[in-house]
Design a protein around this ligand. Structure first.
Ligand SMILES: NC(=O)c1ccc[n+]([C@@H]2O[C@H](COP(=O)([O-])OP(=O)(O)OC[C@H]3O[C@@H](n4cnc5c(N)ncnc54)[C@H](OP(=O)(O)O)[C@@H]3O)[C@@H](O)[C@H]2O)c1
Length: 242
């Protein structure tokens, strides 16, 4: 049977590149996000069968229903990637961007992560859940407080799911991806930036190797380590002007 993957946030950036990479590897792909016309055009370009679903993660209940409908339509889903995310520089602490970030990156993310595990456990097949977090997860950021906090949630939530999974029968692998800067509309910097295609290749390799955690690119491990080790006053000085 052909492998099936669902990519949430397949309409641009890392999600689009990963969708194309997975299809090139023979996966049938379910593409989900709000920009359905873009999803249809990407899907039409793939060498394998594509399924398209409208999904707005700010409507968590409806998004879960859309996930179930998409998985049912595909028949076989081995891999679910949650790439959707929003990030705003918001030093003025305007409520709307903070709220959207939490709705999409925390509530919406959790809605689909739980739906994916329910799907794998109910179908009794091996499964793989990949969450796109960020190196931003490892430090508080005065320029984008909700974004970094939301990514800390994503990384810690996925770690919790791995611990939970260890005591269960279903064979589900959970991979946390923490990119540095990737050349997409969301990039908040250009230092050590990689292309979405490079990110996609490295994520696919992590999936093939059943990795629990990867930095994209690998050198970002060093930055994450330094940020984790640095005392808070040093970070405050470093990010005072960001
Ligand atoms: N680029 C970077 O430097 C970088 C670094 C670290 C981590 N990341 C993470 O990588 C992931 C992908 O981002 P990207 O860089 O590829 O940026 P992007 O091109 O802006 O992609 C963002 C994706 O999120 C989807 N999305 C946004 N709001 C949504 C909503 N309400 N419901 C459903 N989907 C929604 C978008 O689809 P629609 O607009 O069609 O809904 C789009 O597919 C994000 O989680 C981001 O935090 C990026």
């Amino acid at each position: 049977m052909t492998d099936g993957a669902i990519v949430i946030g397949a309409s641009s950036g890392i999600g689009e590149a990963l969708t194309r990479t997975l299809a090139a590897e023979g996966y049938e792909v379910g593409l989900a996000s709000r920009r359905v016309e873009r999803l249809k055009s990407i899907g039409a370009d793939l060498p394998t069968k594509a399924y398209v679903a409208y999904m707005d993660l700010t409507e968590a209940e409806r998004a879960r229903e859309a996930f179930v409908e998409l998985a049912d339509a595909m028949g076989s889903v081995d891999l679910v990637v949650i790439s959707s995310g929003v990030g705003h520089l918001n030093r003025d602490l305007e409520w709307e961007p903070e709220c959207e970030t939490i709705d999409v990156n925390v509530r919406g993310f959790t809605a689909i992560a739980t739906a994916a595990l329910e799907h794998f456990e109910a179908s009794g097949t091996d499964g793989h859940l990949v969450g796109i977090s960020s190196v931003a997860a490892v430090f508080g950021n005065g320029g984008a407080p909700a974004y970094n906090a939301s990514k800390a949630f994503v990384s810690t939530y996925l770690e919790g799911l791995r611990h939970r999974q260890a005591g269960r029968e279903a064979n589900v692998t959970i991979t946390t991806v923490e990119p540095g800067f990737v050349d997409t509309e969301m990039a908040m910097g250009s230092f050590w930036m990689c292309s979405p295609e490079t990110a996609a290749r490295q994520i696919l390799r992590a999936v093939e190797r059943d990795r629990r955690h990867v930095y994209v690119t690998r050198r970002w491990r060093l930055v994450a380590w330094l940020l984790k080790a640095a005392p808070e006053p040093a970070l405050r000085r470093l990010f005072a002007r960001v």
